[in-house]
Design a protein around this ligand. Structure first.
Ligand code: NAD
Length: 246
């Protein structure tokens, strides 16, 4: 995609899964990629493979966002594109899938999800938007989930955080329809990363690469405020309307 040639593309949660796939495709399209993650070993490996740079950034820290965005800008140049993608689920994969009682939900685990899945996006926007505006514009794709548009019975708190991102993207799009920064969300169904319980992987499950293609499409040519749903292989991704049915 010509849009990325020579551009700086930042990917949070870029060490594995979807973020690593976005970084790889962006680099293949000529971008200089900046990978933010807490997983240093895999983040450095992706940086080496893509000719990009890795920064150890905890996305739940506003201060780390500010410092790292300044470092990327100084070392690679102004950031034109970003994929705000770091995310966690409630439960470790070795726990059998069942509905967790909300009243038993540990406060620390709730805070961890809120911190990565919501704060990690809000702080990222705060750190990135001023520089993108100074540059004359840019684009950001936020990773929500199918669980941001529909229930996830086995992880209601995760679904809560992903619904929050859909509300954020739609509201920012409505508030700033003419930019200067286009902000959209990708809402994938389950895809084959370590995050998604392997019991749920199926032959028609999406791969991180399938989803990354749509992430880059939204970055290159999306409008703004779009929530794009991808369900499974062979089913075209589609924008989901925020209409209230009137
Ligand atoms: N896999 C799925 O089925 C699926 C479906 C819909 C949405 N998603 C979303 O896709 C995104 C990517 O997930 P994935 O499936 O590729 O899983 P993944 O675990 O491979 O990737 C998530 C990345 O986020 C990083 N991360 C976690 N906490 C962080 C923090 N505090 N600071 C910085 N980085 C941190 C992890 O180290 C990891 O590299 C997530 O937001 C997830 O919620 C996944």
């Amino acid at each position: 995609m010509a849009a990325f040639e020579g551009q700086v593309v930042l990917v949070s949660g870029g060490a594995t899964g979807l973020g690593a796939a976005t970084a790889t495709l962006a680099a293949e399209a000529g971008a200089r990629v900046a990978i933010f993650d807490v997983n240093e070993a895999d983040g450095l490996a992706v940086a080496r493979a893509t000719g990009g740079r890795f920064w150890h950034v905890d996305v739940g820290s506003a201060d780390e966002w500010t410092a790292a965005v300044a470092a990327v800008t100084a070392e690679l140049g102004p950031i034109g594109f970003a994929h705000l993608n770091a995310g966690i689920m409630t439960r470790p994969l070795d726990v059998a899938l069942s509905v967790p009682p909300i009243e038993d939900f540990a406060l620390g685990r709730y805070e961890a999800l809120r911190r990565v899945n919501i704060d990690g996006v809000v702080f990222g926007l705060q750190a990135l938007l001023p520089g993108m505006a100074r540059r004359g514009g840019g684009a950001i794709t936020i990773t929500s989930s199918m669980g941001g548009l529909a229930p996830i019975p086995f992880d209601p708190i995760y679904s809560l955080t992903k619904h929050a991102l859909v509300g954020l993207v739609r509201s920012l799009g409505a508030a700033h329809p003419s930019g200067p920064v286009r902000i959209n969300a990708i809402c994938p169904g389950g895809f084959t990363s370590d995050l998604f319980p392997p019991q749920l992987h199926a032959p028609d499950s999406l791969t991180p690469q399938d989803v990354a293609i749509e992430v880059l499409d939204l970055l290159a040519s999306g409008a703004t405020g779009e929530t794009r749903l991808m369900l499974k292989k062979g089913v075209p991704a589609q924008a989901v309307s925020p209409s209230l049915g009137q």
